[in-house]
Design a protein around this ligand. Structure first.
Ligand SMILES: NC(=O)c1ccc[n+]([C@@H]2O[C@H](COP(=O)([O-])OP(=O)(O)OC[C@H]3O[C@@H](n4cnc5c(N)ncnc54)[C@H](O)[C@@H]3O)[C@@H](O)[C@H]2O)c1
Length: 374
């Protein structure tokens, strides 16, 4: 059974594609490469360079591959950017999810897993945060995701689709075998920024706010290893395949670390006592947000393997060092990533030290609606 993974060339989506391929499943990927990378996808997996908002193309692929399951990662993910460009976020995260859902339902898709976020909770009244906590997003990003959740719930109820909505807390780390990892441009994720600073890509890093009502005054977050997160998706898929009812679940470990604890872990793992600048609070950052993770453990029988901050940091650092050793391939790829809808001729994406072996299909080579191999 072929599974459609949207955003499968991105940070989390590419880990999911590896997990599925490792398990002998048959994923195919739709990704527009706006923030994802061709090299992140394992060899032999077909990638369609499409916008998920293109209903005609998405419908064609669902029909061609007989898709009945979708794991939907594609989206725009940078919170400050969503404040500056809210309508872009409502288009890509909300309107494009609506478009995908419409086609999925019309095409007979049975199971749907949606990437959502702890950002829907905003500044929660208490921690750990159970799923019943009323949502109160503080950013257009969080709102755009909650709207996607709402549409999925309503459409599923009306049309018999079953779903699992997964609300990720802070995702970090990299594939322990270093086949993929995070290469987000201008990342604001703490562990990624700390890893970049530890390997010398940044001169220093900043801590935003040291006067929060937490033991050391810095914000507390629940960091989940990306491999445990994608494993939770696999459990969610198995649960739906087994006939399970639709669910909304937090994805975290249920315990938090402060910004200073994370920096300390990165300094320790890297052996680099890199400079840290204490800065003012950023608007919209809750002091603390930690998942109540019981529901996922109980209902999905999910058991994390990498629940250890030092390990998460070590894997993030090893991945950053790999990127660096490959001559800053990420930076090069970042400037040559494909934008199929820009109107410009697509630049070639080149992975400097590893030949491309996934099967990539570009819409520009396929005016007829039948994909050709690139
Ligand atoms: N990284 C986190 O800490 C985090 C936390 C909570 C939720 N999430 C959610 O997880 C999902 C994946 O996030 P990520 O960190 O891997 O981000 P990412 O930017 O690395 O991945 C997103 C992928 O989607 C693709 N994409 C974006 N818009 C598209 C479109 N219209 N059509 C086709 N492809 C498109 C991008 O090219 C990219 O490959 C997102 O939905 C995000 O909201 C991430």
């Amino acid at each position: 059974m072929t599974i459609l993974i949207t955003g499968g060339a991105g940070y989390i989506g590419s880990h999911m594609v590896h997990e599925l391929a490792d398990r002998g499943e048959l994923p195919i990927v739709i990704d527009d490469f706006s923030s994802g990378f061709e090299w992140a996808i394992p060899s032999g997996v077909s990638v369609f360079v499409e916008d998920i908002g293109d209903q005609r193309r998405v419908a064609h692929l669902i029909a061609k591959y007989g898709i009945s399951e979708i794991i939907h990662f594609a989206g725009s993910v940078v919170v400050p950017e969503s404040v500056a460009e809210p309508l872009r976020y409502y288009r890509n995260n909300t309107a494009n999810t609506r478009s995908l859902l419409e086609i999925a339902i019309r095409s007979g898709v049975r199971r749907f897993i949606l990437s959502s976020t702890a950002a829907v909770y905003g500044n929660p009244p208490a921690n750990p945060v159970p799923e019943e906590t009323p949502v109160a997003p503080l950013s257009p990003y969080g709102s755009s995701k909650f709207m996607a959740e709402t549409m999925l719930r309503d459409a599923a109820r009306a049309h018999g689709l079953r779903y699992v909505i997964l609300r990720y807390f802070n995702v970090a780390g990299a594939d322990p075998a270093l086949r993929t990892g995070q290469a987000t441009r201008e990342a604001t994720h703490l562990i990624k920024v700390a890893a970049e600073t530890a390997v010398g890509l940044r001169e220093k890093m900043q801590v935003f706010g040291t006067d929060y009502p937490t033991p050391d005054g810095t914000c507390i977050r629940d960091y989940i290893h990306v491999s445990d997160l994608v494993n939770a998706h696999y459990h969610a898929l198995s649960y739906l395949r087994g006939g399970g009812e639709s669910l909304t679940l937090n994805c975290g470990y249920g315990r938090g670390f402060s910004v200073l604890q994370v920096i300390e872990a990165m300094r320790r793992e890297s052996g680099n006592d890199f400079p840290v600048e204490l800065a003012a609070r950023r608007p919209g950052d809750p002091a603390e947000i930690v998942a109540s993770a019981e529901r996922m453990r109980n209902l999905l029988a999910w058991r994390p393997q990498w629940d250890d901050l030092s390990l998460i940091v070590r894997h993030a650092l090893a991945w950053e060092r790999k990127l660096l050793a490959q001559g800053n391939a990420t930076q090069r790829l970042a400037t040559t990533a494909l934008h199929p809808n820009s109107g410009d001729p697509p630049p070639r994406t080149v992975w400097v030290s590893r030949p491309r072996s996934s099967r990539v299909f570009r819409a520009s080579q396929d005016a007829s609606g039948t994909s050709k191999q690139a």
